[in-house]
Design a protein around this ligand. Structure first.
Ligand code: MOS
Length: 676
């Protein structure tokens, strides 16, 4: 299907959070810390208050009333302690955006700076093992004897990879517009990935019952995770509106997004793999080092895909965390799986090279019968079929495994493969379906962050009701609609769609209205390992002169259950693979060791792939029947496209050049390093 809101989007009629026309609106602009650690001694607002149009200033000198247990990143102006450079420490409200921004520049802050530490190292003295990693998994797992497995291996590799800080860069910057009505109920137009959880978090932060808050996010211009949790601009808009008694809009700049809307933690990952002389794993160990802030523990599940991917008699995974003077990391497309599979799938390629076994074949030989760590049967697992189909389409059988031997002029040519995986979960959701004017209205507080969720749910409802999609109208993006989980973890369609199907089934029974809540249905699920799988293939051309890497071909083959809509699905897969291409070759936020915070805080310096970087990306999928998932039989597809892409590109660069770059991104300087 074409997107049902496509027409309003391309004609500019779709209203995003910052665009709602509101009478008497005012603007808040934050003031950010210039030190990475220490205390705010004094905030001098005298000059700012004299500036034109200024209505008020909020700061630690006069903190807004918030709940005691507010999340550390949302407890605005509650503490004089500075946790990271860029943290919000004050804000100015004025009649126009320009006046607010000028006055924010005129706020003078006196600091008591302290020494900071923003550097992640694998030998950091404050590394510790978190109790759990996201979403609530054991930090460490171990079975069998890794040392014995490595000692007895015919081939072994011990390799360390690093991935940098990465930032989500949705086209629409974060924005919130807050209005309090006369009864003291708060309305927030927010750029958020879930109206219900955003409402709950805003209410909790302000110490209000959830019924006193409404969040509306009808259209969202991308999120990828950075709008999956409530961000400080929403709280700032709410407290500023309460302070000045007028509606307040906060629209973050691209630079401010880099500071306060989360980022993918940098990782250091050590992989030790051993294999027998037929390439069967004798041991697999994956240890991930990552960071969080001093405010909040965010422990990314980087090493968890190793618990699912390959059969090994000895399997150990571990996560170590260090709390630094940095902003709290957050979700970025396939948090955990994406960086974790970059390292694991690169190491598998190194093992295949060392063993002299084809990397597709090596993966096939290590495909497990049941999930290695849990022992659970898979609801469905078609990784081998993806690898075989990808190899066939890509022409893999014609590949000469020797690295660094294909050359056309200055261009070295190589191909690489990597596997992909992502969990297929769902969460409880509610939905309502009713007859309206002879057609059908479906309501659910789902979020369409540009994925086509509104369209997918229209199709799911139409198929359940047995009517044309044009007769179904889906309303989402409003917390006053039936409660629904976040658009995250590739769970949106599976979660909301389950509720929509049940509501439509109920409607067909009584002819008027159907209400659904899938809480009990999900509680009753059988225990199975539910994951989507895929195989990524890349061809690269590497300039022997400049070190430039071009990617003429990417192919992804996915097994993700039933595909609800081919056009929407292709867009998700190709989008994910494009983001993976960016991760492989260009995306990197530099940490400012000297002053704290980040360097490269705009799109001129933080490069994401543009059309010219993407030559041919093909995404296909296998028809996969899996009845143990949800009524649609679908697995999530929002994130699996990015998983494995960077490893496939890196493996292809090695095949082209004979040089293994183990630190992302693979820049020309790193390619040319061995020659210099
Ligand atoms: Mo996605 S990082 O789960 O929004």
């Amino acid at each position: 299907m074409n997107r049902v809101e496509g027409r309003v989007k391309v004609t500019g009629l779709a209203t995003y959070a910052a665009e709602y026309p509101v009478e008497g609106v005012t603007y808040a602009c934050p003031v950010q810390s210039l030190i990475a650690r220490g205390r705010v001694a004094r905030v001098d607002v005298s000059q700012a208050m004299e500036m034109p149009g200024v209505l008020g200033v909020l700061s630690v000198d006069d903190p807004p009333e918030l709940a005691e247990d507010a999340d550390g990143e949302l407890a605005l102006f509650q503490s004089r302690d500075v946790a990271y450079r860029g943290q919000l420490i004050a804000a100015v409200v004025a009649d126009t955006y320009e006046n607010a921004r000028a006055a924010a520049d005129a706020v003078r802050v006196e600091y008591e700076p302290a020494d900071h530490d923003v550097g992640l190292r694998a030998d950091h003295p404050r590394l510790y093992r978190p109790d759990v990693v996201n979403p609530n998994l054991p930090a460490d797992t171990e079975q069998g004897d890794v040392e014995a497995g490595l000692a007895g291996a015919a081939t072994a590799v011990d390799v360390t990879y690093t991935t940098p800080v990465l930032h989500n860069n949705p086209m629409e910057p974060h924005a919130s517009l807050a209005l309090w009505d006369v009864e003291g109920r708060l309305l927030v137009y927010d750029s958020a990935q879930g109206a219900s959880p955003d409402r709950d978090t805003i209410a909790k932060t302000l110490g209000l019952p959830p019924a006193r808050v409404r969040v509306v996010s009808r259209h969202v211009g991308g999120g990828f995770g950075c709008k999956g949790t409530t961000r400080p601009q929403a709280v700032l808009a709410a407290v500023a509106a309460r302070a000045v008694g007028r509606p307040v809009k906060v629209a973050l700049t691209r630079q401010q997004m880099f500071d306060v809307t989360g980022y993918r933690t940098p990782t250091i990952q050590r992989l030790r793999l051993g294999a027998d002389d037929e390439g069967r794993l004798t041991a697999l160990e994956h240890v991930a080092y990552e960071q969080s802030s001093t405010l909040v523990e965010f422990a990314e599940q980087t090493a968890t895909p190793a618990r699912t991917m390959y059969a090994a008699p000895a399997l150990r995974t571990a996560h170590r965390l260090v709390r630094l003077d940095v902003a709290t990391p957050s979700w970025m497309r396939a948090p955990g799986e994406c960086p974790g599979m970059y390292a694991l799938e690169s190491a598998i390629d190194e093992l295949a090279c060392a063993a002299g076994i084809d990397p597709v074949e090596l993966r096939v030989r290590n495909d497990p019968e049941t999930e290695p760590e849990s022992g659970l049967p898979f609801s469905s697992r078609n990784l081998v079929a993806c690898l075989r189909e990808g190899a066939r389409r890509f022409g893999w059988d014609r590949r000469d495994p020797a690295p660094g031997v294909r050359r056309e002029g200055e261009w070295l040519i190589g191909t690489g493969v990597a596997a992909s995986t992502y969990p297929a979960r769902r969460r409880p959701s509610q939905a309502v379906a009713r007859v309206r004017d002879g057609d059908f209205l479906v309501q659910v507080a789902a979020a369409d962050i540009g994925t086509g969720a509104r369209t997918a749910l229209t199709r799911i409802a139409a198929e359940t009701l047995g009517v044309a999609p044009g007769r179904v109208h889906v309303e989402l993006g409003d917390s006053d609609l039936p409660d629904a989980p976040v658009a995250g973890g590739s769970m949106g369609t599976a979660s909301w769609g389950s509720a929509v199907v049940r509501a439509c089934e109920e409607l067909m029974k009584n002819g008027k209205e159907g209400r659904a809540d899938t809480t009990e249905e999900i509680k009753g699920e059988s225990e199975l390992a539910r994951h989507a799988f895929g195989a990524q293939f890349a061809e690269v051309r590497v300039s022997a002169v400049t070190g430039e890497v071009r990617v003429p071909r990417l192919l992804g083959v996915f097994a993700a259950g039933r595909i609800v809509d081919a056009r929407l699905a292709r867009s998700q897969f190709v989008g994910g693979m494009t983001m993976g291409l960016g991760m492989a070759l260009m995306e990197e936020t530099l940490t400012d060791e000297e002053f704290g915070g980040f360097l490269r805080r705009d799109l001129a310096q933080y490069h994401v792939p543009a059309c010219a970087d993407v030559e041919s990306i093909e995404a296909v999928w296998l028809d996969e029947q899996d009845d143990a998932l949800n009524p649609m039989g679908c697995k999530g597809i929002g994130e699996i496209g990015i998983v494995g892409t960077a490893a496939a590109v890196g493996n292809a660069v090695h095949h082209a050049t004979g040089h293994r770059v183990r630190d992302l991104p693979i820049t020309p300087a790193k390619i040319l390093l061995p020659a210099s």
